[in-house]
Ligand binder design. Structure first.
Ligand code: ASP
Length: 598
């Protein structure tokens, strides 16, 4: 941006843009009083606007009226000052501040607005309670750090648009009032006044609409779109979130990846100044689970998992032998230097953590000098098992081997958690490293204990890899992009044949009547010449969170909900008056217990 674009009738410059090159310039600045200090009769005011902070100086001899007025100014008052930029006196420059070489000698000041004392100090080292910050979000957002978050998001969105436009993608908006799409979460419903007793659903994603755009011959679509899912918010997932939603016709997996990879390279380059190489790594879903125990592994460090099930078949270590005999697995990892770094208490804590993650337990084995093993189960291990463990893991002196024996899913969850935990504790994670990896060919279906039936692993519009639609074995033409242990997004090649689409719905347990009622429109559309197509949706909040180096997506959203899902700023969700409910034909039952607490 050219700073002169921000000149208005009231100001000649922004506070943040002033440098030594401006020395001698007459300026008019507008902004908020960030700090006031008095030194030997001279008043200093740090003036803040979105672009930064500059020191202004009120001298009682040079500008007595302005100096007197400055005595009234309080934090967060909005003022306009006129003055002259000058170099700060020798030794007074502030290298931590972009404007730190200069100050503005004030000639006059005008109060544009007063402010009440804010409920917390507006500065980056903030300690205020998060709920208070959310309630007064407009004050929180005055902090430079928050501005950086908003700007970063803006940069991401701008980069997306600049990247996709020359590739022939049309930005098409889809409705917010729509009907349910099955993305696997609960819908937010909107009652219709004109159709009493009927409801719109807010989109969990524009999945069906983007596919219909392909049937409509629109070829390449994208949208930066808000999606809503009524599920418990977490640090990295909110009730509403923003996706980059993409769909392409006549495209396969490689085509979709070829659009997405350079976009992410560009985003990392522009926001982090780091060049990431392409193509990104790719791994089958099965291989990823085998090697990392997770479908979103962090590849910034090693500690790959190894399998030991065969080693413990018929073992004298009976608990492991039993797991092997019962169809479970024994998998483990080596933490380099872990034995040397962790105390006995910390090692025992790893066992509790594994239990906390749902596994039966964990066995740790510390490798000591000369390959001697120290472990609570040391006496149960045969010589062959000892050598097997050392050989397969390549563990050396000071390393820590951790083994988990359980059902495959529980073992993987426990080892994935352990791997992440140890990487952080043993400081194995390099800064500013961006490790992208795709997985492909995940299962088409997964068993849902909650629903007691097979459900789609991605969504029901995903094309099967082959003719196989048997729920236990069928694979999908789906893919997910993972970055540093987080899922950035995913998509699939879609079904475009109405018959295959109906068969998938049948596997999901839908009757013909249900298919017709819920998805008749889509199947009908497919009968009118649907092109082969596929696409992807990428989460923008999570990407911005990672690029900003934050732990919560709330830190990179302008007006987020609190962790509970409530909105402390606007007061939602809130009861509505009886008249409104009557119009909608709704009566509210006394809720048994509110799910989100305020
Ligand atoms: N609609 C899917 C989702 O939101 C992504 C896709 O398949 O394009 O997860």
């Amino acid at each position: 941006m050219d700073p002169s674009a921000m000149v208005t009738a009231m100001r000649t410059h922004t506070c943040g843009e002033l440098r030594l090159t401006h020395a001698g310039d007459q300026v008019a600045l507008c902004g908020w009083v960030a700090h006031r200090r008095d030194h030997g009769g001279v008043t200093f005011i740090d003036l803040r606007d979105r672009e930064g902070v500059v020191q202004t100086v009120f001298h009682p001899d040079d500008a007595p009226v302005a100096h007197a007025a400055a005595q009234e100014l309080r934090g967060e008052w909005v003022v306009r000052i006129m003055g002259v930029v000058r170099e700060r006196p020798a030794g007074m420059a502030n290298v931590d501040l972009a404007t730190g070489a200069v100050e503005v000698a004030v000639t006059s000041v005008e109060v544009l607005n007063r402010a009440e004392t804010p409920p917390f100090v507006i500065e980056d080292r903030i300690e205020a309670d998060e709920l208070l910050r959310l309630e007064y979000r407009y004050l929180d957002l005055r902090r430079p750090e928050m501005t950086r978050g908003l700007r970063l998001r803006h940069e991401i969105n701008r980069t997306i648009r600049e990247h996709l436009d020359p590739l022939g993608f049309l930005e098409v908006e889809t409705p917010v009032l729509t009907t349910a799409t099955p993305e696997g979460a609960r819908d937010f419903l909107v009652p219709s006044r004109m159709f009493p007793g009927s409801f719109y659903a807010l989109p969990q994603s524009p999945q069906q609409l983007k596919q219909l755009l392909m049937v409509a011959g629109q070829d390449r679509y994208y949208q930066i779109v808000r999606c809503l899912r009524d599920e418990k918010p977490r640090a990295d997932r909110g009730l509403e979130f923003t996706q980059l939603d993409v769909e392409m016709s006549f495209a396969d997996e490689d085509d979709v990846m070829a659009v997405i990879e350079p976009l992410y390279v560009r985003i990392v380059r522009e926001t982090q100044g780091v060049d990431v190489s392409t193509p990104f790594r790719r791994m089958s879903y099965d291989e990823m689970l085998e090697r990392y125990g997770s479908d979103k592994p962090d590849l910034r460090y090693g500690m790959e998992l190894s399998t030991f099930t065969d080693l413990f078949e018929g073992s004298g270590f009976t608990s492991f032998a039993k797991v092997a005999a019962d169809g479970g697995v024994i998998k483990g990892l080596v933490a380099p230097g872990g034995a040397a770094a962790l105390s006995r208490k910390e090692l025992d804590r790893l066992v509790e953590d594994a239990k906390g993650r749902g596994a039966a337990g964990l066995v740790w084995i510390a490798v000591e000098d000369g390959g001697a093993l120290r472990s609570p189960v040391e006496k149960f291990l045969s010589d062959e098992e000892r050598t097997g463990i050392l050989e397969r893991t390549d563990a050396g002196t000071g390393d820590l081997v951790c083994l988990v024996a359980d059902r495959i899913d529980r073992t993987n969850v426990a080892l994935d958690g352990l791997r992440r935990d140890l990487a952080a504790r043993l400081e194995l994670i390099s800064e500013n490293l961006w490790e992208f990896v795709w997985y492909f060919e995940p299962p088409l279906f997964e068993w849902s204990d909650d629903e007691d039936k097979w459900v789609s692993n991605h969504h029901p519009f995903t094309a099967p890899l082959t003719d196989d639609l048997e729920p236990r074995t069928a694979k999908a033409r789906a893919y997910d992009l993972v970055l540093n242990g987080f899922e950035l997004g995913g998509g699939s090649i879609r079904i475009h044949d109405p018959q295959i689409q109906e068969r998938v719905f049948e596997v999901l347990g839908l009757s013909h009547e249900e298919i017709d009622a819920k998805f008749g429109h889509l199947i009908r559309a497919f009968r009118f010449g649907a092109p082969p197509h596929g696409g992807i949706a990428m989460g923008i909040d999570r990407l911005a969170m990672l690029m900003a180096g934050k732990d919560a997506i709330r830190d990179v959203q302008a007006f987020p909900k609190a962790q509970s899902g409530a909105d402390p700023l606007m007061g939602g969700p809130s009861p509505v008056d009886a008249g409104q409910l009557r119009e909608l034909g709704i009566s509210v039952l006394e809720p048994p217990r509110a799910e989100g607490e305020r």
